[in-house]
Design a protein around this ligand. Structure first.
Ligand SMILES: NC(=O)c1ccc[n+]([C@@H]2O[C@H](COP(=O)([O-])OP(=O)(O)OC[C@H]3O[C@@H](n4cnc5c(N)ncnc54)[C@H](O)[C@@H]3O)[C@@H](O)[C@H]2O)c1
Length: 255
């Protein structure tokens, strides 16, 4: 089991879904957790759950698409929790559904703002803390939609592809300074985002299960355990990688 004792991990979108699961798994490995979310109640709920399990945890409210809020929050975590050793840029939004001709400016800009600009701001703020200390690990949550296209997701796919490339650039720039950057590309995970998309008919579980070789949706805790491994010293030579975790969905030519 990877050991993250003595490290502080910041997880964006940590109030729900994958971010919450990642925060829980990082805490199980011994890390102190800064739960960052735009939703204050959600951030507090996750921090409360972690504290009840004996983890040092604090909730922070920030919109990752706001550069000033990101810089101030990352600084606050480092000074209030003692260090900033791990950053997981996970927060995301879904406007999945309309094809390109019907995609609104608002959906396009919001998607790019949160999932591309937000990851850039989060990586840059992390590096400003990690590079001087010559230690740290950044994990960016991309998606299989960063390399496997899907109708109705032009902005989502564009942002997630950018995340994979930004991760590679970061790894190349930082490797000699002892800071690593990797990405995770989850397939279909049962989270509030998925449930909301299913409820409005933008995705259909039965259709997915017919083409998904694993014949089940992903469990967010599985993504959490992958994040723990990537952040740990066990993954010291894994840098600039994007690890797919999708039950073989993208190993078949449909889906
Ligand atoms: N659910 C899936 O199937 C799936 C698959 C691949 C990748 N992903 C990615 O995983 C990440 C998490 O997705 P999820 O399914 O857990 O979503 P979710 O909607 O269940 O949870 C997202 C969390 O992020 C927070 N958030 C949203 N916008 C924010 C902002 N601007 N600043 C700070 N926090 C913000 C929300 O309040 C929420 O707590 C996203 O980047 C998503 O694209 C999800």
């Amino acid at each position: 089991m990877s050991d993250l004792r003595g490290r502080t991990a910041l997880v964006t979108g940590g109030g729900a879904g994958l971010g919450q699961a990642i925060a829980i798994e990082l805490a199980k490995a011994g890390a102190a957790i800064a739960v960052v979310d735009i939703d204050e109640d959600a951030a507090r709920d996750t921090a409360d759950v972690l504290e009840k399990e004996g983890t040092e945890a604090k909730a922070y409210v920030a919109d990752v698409s706001n550069r000033q809020q990101v810089d101030a929050t990352w600084d606050a975590v480092a000074s209030e929790m003692g260090s900033l050793d791990i950053v997981v840029n996970n927060a995301g939004v879904s406007f999945v559904g309309p094809h390109i001709v019907e995609t609104t400016d608002e959906a396009w800009h919001k998607s790019i703002d949160v999932m591309q600009h937000g990851v850039f701001y989060g990586m840059r703020a992390a590096a400003r803390h990690m590079l001087p200390r010559r230690a740290g690990s950044v994990v960016n949550i991309s998606s299989i939609r960063g390399f496997s296209s899907n109708p109705g997701r032009v902005a989502y796919c564009a942002a997630k592809a950018a995340v994979i490339m930004m991760t590679q650039v970061a790894a190349a720039e930082w490797a000699s300074s002892g800071v690593r950057a990797n990405a995770i590309a989850p397939g279909v995970q049962r989270t509030p985002m998925w449930e909301r998309d299913a409820a409005r008919g933008a995705v259909d579980e039965k259709t997915i299960l017919r083409v998904l070789p694993a014949r089940r949706l992903g469990d967010p805790a599985e993504v959490g355990r992958l994040a723990v491994f990537l952040c740990s010293d066990d993954a010291a030579y894994i840098n600039g990688s994007c690890i797919t975790i999708d039950g073989a969905l993208t190993a078949v030519p449909i889906g």
